[in-house]
Write a protein that binds this ligand. Structure first.
Ligand code: DOR
Ligand code: ZN
Length: 336
């Protein structure tokens, strides 16, 4: 059995920079037609020159593949209308991180008063630049996303014309919010569809499944699966694939981030197939994103066949999700 995916898109991706970028970019550019590129480099991407230069480095690293990097800026409450007007020509979204909440987010927002953010957000709303958000408070780890929900509601009400993307939702309460507010949209990762906290710490500690937001309860995973498998229009696939070297994950202070790129398409096919929902995968992995972001992706067809795929144990120094395990689907051209 085979299926064809048209122009798959990864609407939340960390490609890093320098050697890591050179090593990991091919895993995305070989099987996706484009991706929204996260700006949390050190230092973060905050100027138009940064955006242009980083885009060039990504283009260089993905040379030869049909792949469009859709760039983003790191949100600052000091961005003004004129800056944003110019930035709109180069970015597809602006990513807001609460300060210190995850990898390389120092320099994010610390004052969540709506009035403090109003200038930048009103300008974004007027210019139709989507706001992408890492939605977690600094509260108890399992409740961080739910607590952040109050802020999502405030934002959605204060800026009804602003497209707000709740990134990598991991909590069933976020699914409810999404249905309630017209201007809220969301990405869902592969890992939040597959694992719960039990997989991370329920048996032995699995550093390669440690990420922010942390995987949650079974009922959360169920709610995420239900909405993703249904092809619901306001949900897009965004992997949040976030490579860190093996030594940085298996260490005294393990870095947050799951490197899922090498398995994304086979694992999504397996999940949608197992649930009898393969017909909705095209919407989840491309069509919904096209509408939400109003983009016309590069034309690319990926053929995926129902045939065993042994996940490599390591990819250029980074341990991928499900390393060493077998998947039931594989992209055509993939070895084994
Ligand atoms: O686990 C994560 N890793 N979550 C994020 O939000 C950032 C990412 C990273 O950049 O490593
Ligand atoms: Zn991310």
């Amino acid at each position: 059995m085979k299926i064809v995916l048209k122009s798959p898109l990864d609407m939340h991706l960390h490609l890093r920079d320098a050697d890591m970028l050179k090593n990991v970019a091919k895993y995305s550019s070989s099987c996706f037609a484009g991706a929204i590129i996260m700006p949390n480099l050190v230092p973060p991407i905050t100027t138009i020159d940064d955006v242009k230069a980083y885009k060039n480095r990504i283009k260089e690293a993905t040379k030869g593949d049909i792949f469009e990097p859709y760039m983003t800026l790191f949100f600052k409450d000091s961005y003004d209308y004129d800056f944003l007007k110019e930035a709109k020509n180069f970015v597809k979204a602006i990513k807001l991180y609460p300060t210190g909440i995850t990898t390389n987010s120092e320099g994010g927002v610390s004052n969540f008063d709506i009035d403090n953010l109003r200038g930048t957000l009103e300008a974004m709303s007027e210019l139709e630049i989507p706001l992408s958000v890492h939605g977690e408070t600094d509260g108890f780890i399992l409740e961080r996303e739910q607590e952040f929900g109050k802020f999502y509601e405030k934002l959605a009400k204060a800026f009804p014309k602003l497209k707000i993307i709740m990134e990598h939702i991991s909590d069933r309460h976020s699914v409810e919010l999404l249905k309630e507010y017209e201007n809220l949209y969301a990405t869902i990762t592969l890992h939040h569809l597959l694992i719960t906290l039990d997989d991370v710490i329920g048996g032995s500690l699995k550093p390669h499944l440690f990420c922010k937001p942390i995987a949650k309860r079974y009922e959360d995973r169920e709610a995420l699966q239900e909405i993703a498998l249904s092809g619901y229009k306001k949900i897009m696939f965004g992997s949040d694939s976030a490579p860190h070297l093996k030594e940085k994950k298996e260490s005294f202070e393990g870095a947050a981030g799951i490197f899922s790129t090498p398995i994304l398409i086979p694992a999504l096919c397996e999940l949608f197939d197992k649930n009898g929902k393969l017909e909705n995968l095209q919407r989840f992995i491309s069509d919904n994103a096209k509408e939400i972001y109003d983009i016309e992706p590069l034309e690319k067809e990926i053929i995926v066949e129902k045939n065993e795929f042994l996940v490599p144990k390591i990819c250029d120094g980074v341990v991928p999700m499900l390393a060493g395990e077998k998947l039931l689907w594989r992209c055509q051209g993939e070895s084994q």
